[in-house]
Write a protein that binds this ligand. Structure first.
Ligand code: ADP
Length: 888
């Protein structure tokens, strides 16, 4: 592989240059880099893209490349033909890349001219190598104006363009929620937000997003409005629920501007924007979504062990993206939910149809992104053929689905596009223009003629030779060629008199003469031009065909949506049949009644039949006899969290239109799902686990409504027993008295079961104790749990038997003390039942410790092993004991 001539020039200049003096090529590099400070500059030198200075240091670290030096400058390089792999990796690291090519003739004298021809950024990348087929590639923008925040995001590869807004005062919950669900690859912000604490905190949690800041004047409302009008070719934006003052306008307009300036495309296929309000979808804050592990697990962020995994039977990339978006945006409108359910049911009831479409979907490529490539003039002939094959398969699927309300587009148009491509493009065309053949024979008479000439040079020359032989009677007349003269007619000297007048003598040799004719010159010209003409004509014809297809971009995008919808509904049907799920009855009530409910993910990963199904019946309807608040107690590992989550997931599944893992389900559509489970550490933000726990709890109490579904697991666990119990108690009361929403509240504080409220029911996880053998039955039953069995779990986890024995001893002692402490304080806990509006929590609980400091010290002395201690440890212990008893 060759480094460029410039590299050699530079090398020689370098050798003559004074130390520290820059070579011309380095000067050229520096001047281009000056204009592209925010990008990694891929500087083309021969067969390599080279990076220098800071770019080289950073890229060599990120991509694990060898760092070398050119003079004093650090340098690293990648072969140009492998660039896409490296670019893809840099984009994943959130980098922007400027591609600087040699545009002058590399063989010309002097320094080759170079220019940045393309800027690739994570949110504007168009090539499939840079994209994740199953997820949208969003570029997002947030602006604040007059107390309102506008948020817009666009996937230019699919034309999905969304916007929403909220009051600045709701910034904290809304920004992280929106970022969490659309998960943009790149975010554009006004400089004024560089110091906004809420924005910066959210970004800290989402470090993989590439963020860039622009002066605030860029986000101009009226220019943006005009920009959107021009893009959508409308006179106003009423059709998109926007006007001149809408907060969504500035960020949406800026996105289009950025796209044009950066990716140099004005994305003609982006012809509209969907503005949505929170009320259209089930609201879920970022942490609830993470806790429920909907599209990714908490452990490594992959989709393994997530709800998405159970449902992932989609076959097309469009279906994969739509399924993801359904899971992130569950519906609140019952009619819409039922519409989806009916389509899922149609497939469930007709397995032949399900299998038929499932199989054909496997042969449908990403029509959405292909249509985008066509519209942006990026599609090559193979893309166009892929579009054709996919449309053909879709037409077969359509035949079966057209009568069932899946399709609304014209079928004829798809047939016409298929026919057009079929007639014009070869089955297996070359990718790049000029690399081989693309257009079919018979499509263009002109092209066919050039090909005839190109493919039949010998025959054409033979025919002409025969013609002249017949006309002149010279039988040994030959047409030959050489590189110097080109084609010529050779006639031996003996036949010289028979040579006609139109033969022009080119060269006289000893035994023969060489002639040409006007006709031969013409033939020679045609042969010489044929190859070039073929390439040029093919190019013109292909571009013409591509722009003909581009006229139907909207239709193709609409078709892609129909395919995605049919793929997702059939995939949900597939999951329902595979896992034995049922169609839930969804209405506008506030009921939540599940018989035989299961956790879809836990069940999937347990051996078949091992998951124990559980029921639930709660209702926030005023006249309902059911409670709306279930307090669930039970030992650790008994299955409380699983039970809580499974019910939240069932609600969510029902509201995306899916069947649910249960025997029977009646679900009143919920407006919000909150899930406060476990204690997630947020040390990166500098917040303690407990602070995070309380922040999330506060958010729930502030925003839940009567139509919400709240699951809370072990609230208050992050602090001392007394604090924790008091908080759990007060939170429960607030939920019961003020919010009155459906709540599942799991706790290990047995004292909470003393809460008394008509809308509260006690549930617990059943445990069987037989002859010293404890078994968690994972079955929910009415009532309160009696024991926490923590020591049993510790023993299962393999703690030494001596420790287990000792723990049992301590437990017995503690239980005696605790029983008396709790009975003494039951009265004071009852006083916590204040009305929720009052919420006076601070001093109302004063629980004494369950055991005294002396008891604690005594326990520690008894359990420590002096033989297994260094003198220093022993000294520390004595100091600690002294400190804890010194207050007495
Ligand atoms: P807890 O919250 O009470 O500590 P978990 O919900 O974390 O308990 O459950 C502990 C384990 O028990 C889970 O990892 C799961 O494997 C198993 N489990 C929970 N519920 C069930 C069930 N209904 N059927 C079968 N196994 C279950």
């Amino acid at each position: 592989m060759a480094r460029s001539k410039d590299a050699l020039v530079a090398g020689s200049v370098q050798s003559r240059a004074e130390p520290g003096e820059l070579t011309p090529v380095m000067l050229q590099y520096l001047s281009i880099k000056e204009e592209h400070k925010d990008e990694v500059l891929f500087f083309r030198l021969g067969d390599f893209y080279e990076m220098f200075n800071q770019d080289a240091i950073e890229v060599s670290r990120l991509l694990n490349l060898t760092l070398t030096h050119r003079g004093a400058a650090p340098m690293c390089g990648i072969p140009f033909h492998a660039a896409k792999i490296y670019i893809a990796r840099l984009l994943r690291c959130g980098k922007r890349i400027a591609i600087c090519e040699q545009i002058g003739d590399p063989k010309a004298k002097g320094l080759t001219e170079r220019k940045v021809i393309e800027i690739i950024t994570p949110g504007t990348a168009l090539e499939s190598e840079y994209l994740d087929g199953g997820a949208n590639n969003f570029l997002a923008c947030l602006c604040l104006q007059k107390g309102r925040a506008g948020f817009a995001y666009l996937d230019v590869t699919t034309s999905d363009f969304f916007a929403t807004s909220w009051y600045e005062s709701d910034m904290e919950e809304n920004f992280s929620k929106e970022i969490g669900r659309c998960h943009p690859r790149e975010l554009l912000l006004p400089q004024s937000l560089e110091k906004n604490e809420i924005v910066q905190n959210t970004l800290l949690q989402n470090e993989e997003i590439a963020v860039s800041y622009y002066p605030d004047w860029n986000f101009d409302q009226s220019l943006s409005y005009k920009r959107l009008l021009a893009q959508f070719k409308t006179v106003n934006l009423q059709g998109f629920s926007l006007d001149e003052k809408s907060p969504e306008v500035a960020p949406a307009g800026f996105l289009l501007d950025y796209l044009q300036k950066t990716a140099t495309t004005n994305a003609p296929h982006v012809t509209g924007i969907k503005v949505y309000r929170d009320s259209q979808f089930v609201i879920m804050d970022d942490s609830s979504r993470r806790n429920l592990e909907i599209v990714e697990n908490l452990r490594d962020g992959s989709s393994q062990f997530s709800l998405l995994e159970c449902l992932s039977h989609t076959e097309t990339a469009m279906g994969k993206r739509l399924l993801r978006s359904w899971l992130l945006y569950p519906l609140t409108n019952v009619e819409e939910i039922r519409g989806r359910q009916n389509h899922v049911e149609l497939f469930v009831k007709n397995r032949n149809l399900l299998e038929f479409v499932h199989e054909l979907f496997g042969n449908i490529l990403d029509i959405e992104r292909l249509a985008g490539r066509v519209a942006m003039e990026r599609a090559h002939a193979k893309d166009v053929q892929a579009l054709r094959a996919s449309l053909e398969n879709w037409l077969k699927v359509r035949e079966q689905l057209d009568s069932c309300g899946f399709t609304h587009t014209e079928k004829n148009l798809a047939e016409q596009i298929v026919a057009l491509i079929k007639n014009a493009i070869l089955e297996d065309p070359a990718t790049a223009l000029g690399e081989g053949r693309i257009i079919k024979e018979g499509w263009s008479a002109e092209l066919d003629e050039y090909r005839r000439i190109h493919d039949n040079v010998n025959k054409i020359l033979d025919d002409y030779a025969e013609e002249e032989k017949a006309a002149t009677g010279i039988q040994n007349l030959r047409i030959r060629s050489n590189s110097l003269t080109g084609y010529y007619i050779e006639i031996t000297r003996g036949k010289s008199e028979q040579v006609p007048a139109h033969f022009i003598l080119r060269r006289a040799l000893t035994n023969a003469d060489r002639y040409t004719t006007v006709r031969l010159q013409e033939i020679e010209k045609q042969i010489g031009e044929a190859e070039l003409k073929i390439t040029e004509t093919e190019k013109a014809l292909f571009l013409e065909l591509r722009s003909k297809i581009a006229e139907h971009t909207n239709y193709l995008l609409q078709t892609a949506k129909e395919i995605a919808y049919a793929d997702v509904t059939s995939s949900l049907a597939y999951a329902a049949l595979l896992h034995g799920w049922v169609k839930p009855f969804v209405d506008n009530s506030k009921d939540f009644i599940i018989k035989g409910g299961r956790h879809p993910v836990v069940e999937l990963h347990l051996p078949s039949g091992e998951f124990v199904p559980n029921d639930i019946e709660i209702s926030a309807e005023k006249e309902s006899k059911s409670a709306y608040f279930a307090l669930i107690t039970g030992p650790n590992m008994a299955g409380k969290s699983t039970y809580l989550r499974q019910n939240a997931l069932i609600a969510l599944l029902a509201q995306i239109g899916s069947f649910v893992p249960a025997k029977e389900a009646h679900i009143g559509a919920v407006d919000r799902i909150f899930c406060r489970v476990g204690a997630s550490d947020n040390l990166a933000r500098g917040e303690s686990t407990f602070l995070v726990e309380m922040t999330e709890t506060a958010y729930i109490l502030r925003t839940a409504t009567e139509k919400s579904f709240v699951i809370m697991d072990e609230v208050g666990r992050g602090t001392s027993t007394e604090d924790g119990l008091s908080i759990a108690w007060a939170v429960s009361e607030y939920l019961l008295n003020a919010l009155k929403c459906k709540t599942l509240f799991a706790t290990h504080y047995h004292e909470l079961t003393r809460l008394d409220h008509p809308s509260l029911k006690l549930l617990c996880m059943e445990v069987s104790e037989e002859a010293d053998k404890i078994t968690f039955l994972r079955k929910i039953k009415e009532g309160a749990s009696e024991n926490s069995y923590g020591i049993h779990v510790a023993s299962l986890a393999g703690l030494p038997q001596s420790v287990i024995r000792r723990a049992n001893e301590i437990l017995n002692t503690l239980q005696k003390g605790a029983d008396s402490a709790v009975s003494e304080n039951a009265g004071s806990l009852q006083t916590l039942q204040t009305s929720a509006e009052e919420k006076p929590l601070e001093k109302s609980v004063s629980m004494p410790g369950l055991f005294s400091d002396e008891e604690l010290v005594l326990d520690e002395i008894l359990s420590c092993d002096p033989d297994d201690m260094t003198p220093r440890q022993a000294l520390d212990l004595v100091a600690r004991w002294k400190k804890s008893l010194s207050g007495r």
